[in-house]
Design a protein around this ligand. Structure first.
Ligand code: SAJ
Length: 426
């Protein structure tokens, strides 16, 4: 069917779903967006993006999907995209509630012959074990009444180079028709390669593997940072040195912690599901333990530095620069800032916060304010505003210690000014 006669409905208008809805409008589909947050629906219908994301700010008002909270809209959809969160609980167990709810909504409002594509990150086996049974229970024959596919999301918040319009994708399905339909949809959406996977499980595994690869490599350099700290070696210098090898090395960078809705979460999907197969992902678990230890390690660096100048943590005013999980975004999901603030407070510090992208959660509304009031600083997020702070500024405001959680400041210049500087592994 010609795409302009096809209707797409995206369930979940967040970081993943909204860009897909906008792009689908741009390439000529009739597009509805379904979300359970009325405020978000109203904002989108007024052409305003609920998310600080360049692709959306540039395109939403021109290619606006019709957003609604009414699930009956799905009855018009030839293609349904499920783009809802897949969080983990406090024990790091995957929580599939949003995916199950969205699938049930799709199943009870399904147009015969529609294609349902899950973009949410799930472990291998979820489409067979959780999604398909929901449609079968609703009386659908898979491969006839409904076609089910998986295409892992690859949204990279803050990235202006790779967007839904040019990102390569992978698609998997239970059957050839489902695979071809999903392939046709994604080749109409992105200029990047669309690869047909040999199975839907393989498509589900791709995202987990991509992000676990990143998590273990970050854990590797975080462990190096802890070791090199005792060697008196600057780990950033070493990684930069190794990076001039033109092949077989891929730099990652130590930091105060691994945040975001992907990297620190996705490995747990594989760890937990593989347990049901009787397999223990020791390496993935160890990497998670190392990365989860970095917030505490960062606070210990502050404590040790304050001890050097006989300043107890208790009663010291500590300024936290950055709440977001990574540079120049307003997203706090799984951000290391949460644990760092909690630990500093537990040690009796008077904690102030400032994030230019998240002022509503900042105790201070201006950089000058937190610099004036703080005796020590932990830089948690390498926002551009913090990277451009002149090295002499810390001394000027009487700050005694700077802990650089992203190794983004000028270590030598800060030390020359007489301020204690500690980075992560430098
Ligand atoms: N981080 C490090 N060291 C690194 C890289 C990242 O400590 O060398 C930290 C970041 O500070 C952040 C967390 O890890 O707290 C995650 O950083 P990220 O750059 O991976 O950012 P995300 O979560 O936006 O990851 C996305 C992912 N995209 C998708 O899942 C579709 C990931 O697969 C991408 O590799 C990543 O963007 C990217 O390359 O930027």
């Amino acid at each position: 069917m010609e795409k302009k006669n096809q209707t797409v409905c995206v369930i979940g208008l967040g970081y993943v779903g909204l860009p897909m809805a906008v792009r689908s409008v741009e390439v000529g589909y009739k597009v509805y967006g379904l979300d359970n947050v009325k405020k978000k629906v109203d904002l989108i219908n007024s052409g305003k993006s609920p998310i600080e994301e360049k692709y959306l700010i540039d395109n939403l008002s021109r290619f606006k999907p019709k957003a609604t909270t009414n699930e009956k809209i799905l009855k018009q959809a030839d293609i349904i995209l499920i783009c809802v969160p897949t969080p983990v609980d406090e024990k790091f167990f995957p929580d599939y509630t949003p995916v199950i709810t969205a699938s049930e909504i799709a199943a009870r409002n399904l147009k015969k012959g529609a294609l349902v594509i899950l973009e949410s990150t799930v472990n291998p086996g979820v489409s067979e074990e959780i999604i398909a049974p929901i449609f079968k229970k609703a009386g659908c024959k898979i491969g006839k009444d409904v076609f089910i596919a998986h295409c892992p999301e690859r949204v990279n918040p803050g990235d202006i180079k790779w967007t839904v319009a040019n990102l390569p994708r992978v698609v998997g399905s239970f059957d050839k028709n489902g695979l071809d339909m999903a392939y046709d949809y994604y080749t109409s959406i992105t200029t990047g390669e669309v690869r047909k996977m040999k199975s839907i499980r393989a498509a589900e595994a791709v995202k987990i593997v991509e992000n676990s690869f990143r998590d273990i490599n970050i854990a590797f350099v975080n462990e190096l940072a802890k070791s090199f700290d005792k060697f008196g070696i600057d780990v950033k210098d070493v990684i930069e040195g190794a990076s001039n090898k033109p092949f077989a090395f891929m730099p990652h960078w130590p930091s105060c912690g691994v945040g975001g809705h992907c990297i620190p979460v996705d490995p747990y999907y594989l760890i937990e599901r593989a347990k049901e197969n009787g397999f223990d992902h020791k390496f993935l678990r160890t990497a998670r333990e190392i990365n989860n230890s970095m917030p505490a390690y960062t606070v210990e660096l502050l404590q040790d530095s304050l001890n050097e100048i006989k300043m107890p943590m208790k009663g010291t005013t500590v300024g936290i620069l950055g709440i977001a999980y990574k540079a120049n975004v307003d997203d706090i999901r799984e951000s290391p800032s949460k644990k760092i603030i909690e630990l500093a407070k537990n040690y009796g510090a008077n904690v102030l916060t400032y994030d230019p992208h998240i002022l509503e959660k900042s105790t201070e509304k201006k950089l000058e304010s937190i610099l004036k009031k703080s005796q020590a600083i932990i830089l948690v997020t390498d926002h551009d505003e913090f990277k451009s702070i002149e090295p002499k500024t810390w001394k000027k405001y009487g700050i005694k210690v700077v802990i650089d959680g992203k190794n983004c400041l000028d270590k030598d210049a800060i030390r020359r000014s007489g301020v204690i500087y500690k980075g992560i592994g430098r």
